[in-house]
Design a protein around this ligand. Structure first.
Ligand SMILES: Nc1ncnc2c1ncn2[C@@H]1O[C@H](COP(=O)(O)OP(=O)(O)OP(=O)(O)O)[C@@H](O)[C@H]1O
Length: 295
């Protein structure tokens, strides 16, 4: 152990769940390790600045995050230029990044990993200057997130309830122009994903070749709905029909759309966009993983 001051950042509303058990367990384990425990509860406004302030005031050396992908993203933004490692205690609606980092279900095990020594240096994908740790997309999934944000029911059920109205109201197919150092591509689709990791929080393995430390991201084009291809992602199969799902790796891209398209980063709805500039910050964030983590 090479830290004395630990900050736990907790999102009180994420995943529609009470965080008391997580807070108590973390506090106990930090004390057992002979370190000091500090707590920051997010408010939904200016959290990045407030976290940076707490880190400076208390000489924080390790940050733990209890929240969903949105909360992990904002803590990553706060610490990305500091020499501080981040541990994750998944407590959101879908926990996409936690699935990719192979974190266990049990809170005690999660806290042990977050306070442990095994870490990787993760790439951060940067989209119009906003970082992404997990998966971002333009199209129907971002429309779903927008509709969810506007509804009053939170958690997994909230997403489920919004899925049918989203399909009915959607403006798909969308038209995308994708420029990368490898060439230019014009395509239509229901969703264009920009993936650092492999899986959505549902476990759907949409990007089987994705690695969070390889200095690259993948562009995923879902050209049309196909239940057989969706089932393949759920079964971890990798032989997608290129007529339905096309995937390629790159390290830079400019995506333009003829009409504004809904856009989300790590589960947070950003707005409608006609241009997304993508680049990568290789091995930028030190993040704790299980001892038996396999890339
Ligand atoms: N105290 C708070 N009150 C309201 N919103 C908050 C608060 N703290 C953080 N937030 C918001 O929570 C969002 C992040 O939620 P996160 O993605 O971590 O959890 P989630 O359960 O997966 O989210 P969601 O339920 O929206 O899918 C951010 O938009 C952030 O601004």
């Amino acid at each position: 152990m090479n830290f004395k001051e630990v900050l736990l950042v907790v999102n009180p509303i994420s995943g529609d769940s009470n965080k008391k058990y997580i807070i108590n367990t973390t506090q106990e384990k930090v004390k057992e390790q002979g370190a000091n425990f500090h707590l920051f509860t997010t408010t939904g406004t200016n959290d990045i600045e407030k976290i940076r302030q707490r880190i400076a005031e208390n000489n924080i050396e390790r940050v733990l995050v209890a929240g969903g992908d949105g909360t992990i993203n904002l803590v990553a933004e706060a610490i990305k230029d500091m020499d501080i490692s981040m541990g994750i205690i998944p407590a959101g609606s879908a926990n996409g990044l936690a699935v990719n980092l192979q974190l266990p279900e049990n809170v005690e095990d999660q806290v042990n990993i977050a306070l442990g020594d095994k870490s990787i240096k993760m790439d951060l994908v940067c989209l119009n200057d906003i970082i992404c740790l997990h998966i971002s997309d333009l199209g129907i999934n971002a429309e779903l997130i927008k509709n969810y944000d506007e509804s009053s029911i939170r958690g997994k059920m909230g997403y489920l309830i919004q899925s049918i109205p989203t399909l009915i109201k959607s403006n798909y197919p969308f038209h995308f122009n994708i420029r990368t150092p490898e060439g230019t591509k014009e395509t239509e689709g229901i969703l264009l994903g920009i993936a650092n990791a492999q899986k959505y929080g549902t476990g759907a393995n949409v990007n089987p070749g994705g690695k969070v430390t390889d200095g690259k991201f993948e562009i995923l084009i879902f050209k049309k709905f196909s239940f057989s291809e969706i089932l393949k992602t759920l079964r971890n199969e990798t032989d997608f029909d290129p007529e339905v799902i096309e995937i390629f790796s790159t390290d830079e891209a400019v995506i333009t759309c003829k009409k504004p398209v809904a856009f989300q980063i790590d589960g947070e709805y950003i707005g409608e966009s006609t241009e997304v500039k993508v680049n990568i910050l290789p091995q930028k964030l030190q993040i704790l993983v299980p001892e038996n983590f396999i890339e």
